[in-house]
Ligand binder design. Structure first.
Ligand code: ZN
Ligand code: ZN
Length: 1019
């Protein structure tokens, strides 16, 4: 098959699958069998799929097809993730809205309608990609997180958390995106750290009533506006120093570091705890706090690592500050609005985004002479992973899931999971869950699962609603068409069970990660429906996503299931490495550094892409993805397999071979046949082993080695000749039987990996129905002969070495040589024919000791002969060298005198016999006779001519049987004795030796430095 035809072949197979409902049949066939439960991580279809998605879909498909062929019932329900900030941001951009107020003005109802539309904008592109990559999954009945049924299940789980006291409202400092107007969870924040440069300033706070100053340090000058206290470490030493004519208080260690090149005088020394309660004058006083503030407090979190050992405290903007504030009953001064801008009270900077005000605040401090010094400071700062705004730490009211109370349970449930690769379990993931923080669940946004909590407007009672039924029971009035989204759900007013007052829903929606984390039960609308279904499918046997889901979906799944069921929701998780470009750069839409998957499908097809992704590296390692890699995979692997198949089908149909009628029993097969069958069964065994451990890359590489090296480069090459005979003899039938068995087994073996070519080969060979309805091959251990495999391996090494020896001697493989001698640890007699053919020698001699190809050669012993009788010695040596066989006692003539050689006049050495090249590999010694006799040269020349004529026949598109006449300008003697052989091999009626060859096709060739013209015409 032409490489260009490959994608077309795949399209045909796709149509075959669809027209014959092969996926459905594969499911039906396994129904009732043991289940292998897969849970699909839902993508969002508001963006186009990229190569990373092709990778996840490929890996899932390989595993699931494999399990299905192994007899498991593998249901595959697709899913769509549809809620959340990413969707809202896209829609805001599209509508030209820049913040929450804009959205509210635009109208939540209209806005959410747009969100709903946008989440399926690229559904078709996703479906097309999924189809084209060959991922079998039920896209017709997916779970969708925006469905009422899905939301209801999520509500049920939240109510479970509520009942366990794990869903609570807290006033806590949380990472907050001022642009998106909402808090983020800690696992979201973990995705968005960047290195930035911020101001780093030292400011002084005047001690009340004294001419002394506390020296403090901050990298967020804008928080100084809301300062209410200074914190020191009670157990550390502090000093009072005189520096530049002023008196400062700071930590002793820090003074030593900060002022190490400066002069200062220490006036006093004391523990930090002695400073507790000392009051100071505030830098800013834009509001009058309702509680006592502006004094020194004690806190263990103050370190001696940086700053001055005195930390400025603004409880509204730091988690530790907030906790310390609670302890000292400090006021929470919050002078920043929810968009991250200063409130009107902060007159000079009102309405300004806080980080943008830093510069002016520093200038103000400088003017007032409270700025001691200013630097720039590089550090890691979190940004919103979706909109890229710098996050602020805000004390805001938010709803939390108490994950920190469940750390032990999370750890215990993680123990039930097999991670691939294993090191993530106790590493990246294990470390994360050990320190699990409470999950900041609520989002003050619009498009998401509404938080099902209603509050009484009269008595303040809060209730959590866990089902639509419950809602109906308590509602004053229910809408005709129930849509659980905002703003419709906001309009449902409940009657307070305590006081009969009106209850309204809290306006928050929840983190979309909680939605996808609820997939194990919400996809079945459990517990309202499908109880059996849920039980059969929980926990999942297998999930598989990119490694960046470790703290994303892999975590949210475990978290939700731990809260609701105290159970691990999956047993095996395969994590996939990132996809990089050719140079190892991360792929990004901005850089456009990748080829669109659709382009790859069109040019090379999906098998090539799949095979490349599978074998390039272990699944969890990063992969470089580029066009040439896929192209090479197609030609090196897939077309090699295709060529073997088409070799088989061409010859076997010429001979009208029918396996069921003509198969030859295994005992009557050739050695080579038995060897390839042994290899096949060994490979089946190894592939299964690797696949069961999710080492798909190793399974793939085993198959590639087997198909390319063993089957194509060794078995077929060495078997070819028997198929060329005219007779339908047994050797030939044995070869067909073997190739038939190997190829049909290969089709099944590779079916999970490259489902298209597997199907094409299988259907062409077996007819009937799809290869994907077959059982995965099991090894026939009686066919495995390890000894034979070892010996063949030895033979391949011998051949490789002998060819290297040929190259060393400059003799091409087409020129036969007389003999090779082999000294091997095992009896390789049965392989003699293969070795002879592969090395192209007339004779293979197995020898039992080294002397067969080494000889003792004597040379003059110059050290004995010189220097005493120098001139004489030289002449003796010369005479000795002339002699062929040197022996003590023989006589040489020197200057007319006879000299008798003594024993120590010569040195005996072991050297290869003359005319031999000698080599060694793995303890096997090889001697190749490299003497080219005129007869051998003629034979080689005949082969060179044959090859050229064959090539020209191909260029003329001749049928195999078609006869030709040949003219050439070679010397007739060059082919003496080989003319008939050449005629036979090339199907020539006649070969004429002429000065100017003519024909339909005339071509000039260069053979061993000689120019030879050959002309061919049809006869
Ligand atoms: Zn944001
Ligand atoms: Zn009430």
């Amino acid at each position: 098959m032409d490489a260009r035809k490959y994608p077309e072949m795949e399209e045909e197979i796709l149509r075959y699958w669809e027209e014959n409902s092969i996926f459905q049949k594969s499911l039906e066939k396994r129904k009732g069998g043991k289940k292998f439960v897969f849970l699909e991580g839902p993508p969002t279809a508001n963006g186009l799929p990229h190569p990373g998605h092709v990778l996840t879909r490929t890996m899932k498909d390989v595993v699931l097809r494999y399990k299905s062929m192994q007899g498991y019932y593998v249901e595959r329900k697709a899913g769509w993730d549809t809620h959340g900030l990413p969707v809202e941001i896209e829609v805001e951009k599209m509508l030209g809205l820049s913040n929450k107020q804009d959205v509210e003005k635009y109208g939540i109802e209209k806005f959410n309608e747009e969100c709903k539309k946008s989440v399926f904008r690229y559904e078709k592109a996703w479906k097309d990609m999924t189809r084209r990559v060959g991922f079998w999954i039920d896209m017709e009945n997916p779970y969708i997180t925006l469905d009422n049924t899905y939301i209801e299940s999520v509500w049920w789980s939240l109510k479970e958390a509520w009942k366990k006291g794990l869903l609570y409202r807290g006033h806590r400092v949380t990472p907050y995106c001022p642009r998106c107007g909402t808090t983020l969870s800690s696992h979201e924040v973990a995705q968005g750290y960047k290195e930035v440069e911020d101001p780093s300033i030292f400011v002084k706070f005047k001690v009340k009533g004294k001419d002394e100053y506390f020296l403090a340090w901050t990298t967020t000058p804008w928080t100084l506006i809301s300062n209410v206290a200074l914190a020191v470490n009670p157990e550390e030493w502090y000093v009072k120093i005189k520096y530049n004519g002023e008196i400062f208080i700071l930590a002793e260690q820090r003074a030593a570091v900060l002022l190490k090149n400066e002069e200062y005088e220490e006036i006093d020394r004391f523990y930090g705890k002695e400073l507790e309660g000392m009051e100071y004058e505030p830098l800013y006083r834009f509001t009058e706090p309702d509680k006592k503030c502006w004094f020194v407090i004690l806190a263990d979190f103050v370190t001696m690592d940086d700053g001055t050992g005195i930390v400025h405290i603004a409880p509204a903007f730091g988690e530790e500050d907030y906790e310390a504030g609670k302890k000292y009953d400090l006021p929470v001064v919050q002078l920043v609005d929810m968009e991250g801008k200063f409130k009107p009270e902060v007159k000079p900077w009102a309405g300004k985004f806080v980080k943008d005000a830093d510069r002016e605040i520093i200038e103000d401090l400088r003017k007032r002479n409270v700025l001691v010094s200013e630097h720039r400071h590089k550090h890691q700062y979190p940004f919103c992973w979706r909109c890229d705004s710098p996050l602020l730490y805000y004390a805001v009211e938010s709803w939390f899931v108490g994950m920190s109370k469940l750390r032990k349970e999370l750890v215990a449930n993680n123990e039930k999971i097999n991670w691939y690769p294993e090191y993530i379990k106790h590493g990246r993931f294990g470390e994360f869950i050990k320190e699990a923080r409470d999950w900041a669940l609520s989002r003050k946004r619009f498009w998401g699962t509404p938080l099902p909590i209603w509050v009484c407007q009269d008595c303040g009672k809060e209730i959590c609603i866990g089902s639509v039924e419950e809602l109906k029971e308590m509602a004053e009035e229910m809408p005709e068409h129930l849509d659980l989204h905002r703003p419709y759900v906001d309009r449902i007013v409940l009657k307070c069970p305590e006081c009969g007052g009106k209850m309204k829903r809290m306006e928050e929606v929840i983190d979309a990660w909680y939605d996808s984390g609820s997939a194990p039960f919400a996809q079945w609308h459990y517990p309202f429906e499908n109880e059996e279904k849920f039980k059969e499918n929980f926990p999942a046997d297998f999930i598989c996503e990119a490694i960046d889901q470790t703290r994303g979906w892999f975590y949210s799944l475990l978290a939700v299931s731990t809260v609701v069921f105290n159970e691990a929701p999956y047993r095996n998780v395969l994590t996939l490495g990132l996809i990089l470009d050719e140079k190892g750069q991360k792929m990004s839409k901005k850089m456009r550094n990748y080829v669109e998957p659709t382009e790859i499908f069109e040019k090379y097809g999906s098998d090539a892409l799949r095979w490349y992704l599978i074998t390039a590296s272990p699944p969890w390692q990063p992969k470089r993805f580029y066009e040439k890699a896929v192209k090479d995979t197609l030609s090196k692997f897939l077309l090699t397999l295709w060529n073997v198949f088409s070799f088989y089908s061409t010859y076997s149909s010429l001979d009208d071979f029918d396996y069921s009628r003509d198969a030859v029993s295994v005992e009557r097969r050739t050695l080579l046949d038995r060897w390839i069958l042994s290899r096949l069964n060994s490979v089946v065994m190894e592939v299964k082993e690797k696949m069961d451990g999710f080492e798909v890359h190793k399974a793939g590489r085993l198959l590639e080695d087997f198909i390319v090296e063993d089957l194509s480069n060794w078995y077929v090459r060495n078997s070819r000749k028997r198929f060329w005979s005219e007779e339908r003899d047994e050797a030939k039938m044995a070869g067909y039987s073997t190739l038939y068995e190997v190829l049909t087994t290969i089709a099944k073996l590779i079916a999970p990996f490259t489902p298209f070519i597997a199907e094409r080969i299988y259907l062409d060979m077996e007819g009937g129905e799809s290869v994907h309805l077959c059982d995965y091959p099991t090894p026939d251990k009686t066919m495995i002969d390890k000894g034979l495999e070892e010996r063949m391996e030895m033979v391949r090494k011998i051949v490789e070495e002998a060819r290297a020896l040929r190259a060393k001697a400059g003799i091409k493989l087409r020129y036969p040589l007389q003999e090779v001698m082999i000294l091997a640890p095992q009896n390789l007699q049965e392989m003699e024919g293969i070795i002879r053919e592969e090395i192209n020698v007339k004779e293979v001699r197995f020898v039992s000791d080294i002397h067969h190809f080494m000889e003792k050669k004597a040379r003059p012993n110059y050290s004995k002969l010189g220097p005493k009788y120098r001139e004489m010695a030289r002449k003796v040596a010369e005479a000795i060298e002339k002699e062929k066989a040197l022996e003590p006692g023989m006589k040489v003539e020197v200057d007319g005198k006879t000299y008798e050689i003594e024993e120590d006049d010569i040195i005996l050495e072991e050297v290869p016999k003359e005319g031999y090249e000698v080599g060694e590999v793995d303890g096997i010694k090889i001697a190749l006779n490299i003497v080219q006799t005129p007869e051998l040269i003629k034979e080689g020349f005949a082969r060179e001519i044959i090859r050229r004529i064959q090539e020209m026949r191909k260029e003329m598109d001749l049928e195999m049987e078609e006869k030709i006449e040949v003219e050439m300008d070679a010397n007739e003697e060059m082919l003496e004795g080989w003319l008939e052989y050449v005629k036979n091999e090339t199907r020539s009626r006649e070969i004429r030796f002429v000065a100017e060859p003519k024909g339909e096709h005339v071509k000039k060739w260069k053979i061993d430095e000689k120019e030879i013209t050959i002309g061919i015409r049809r006869a």
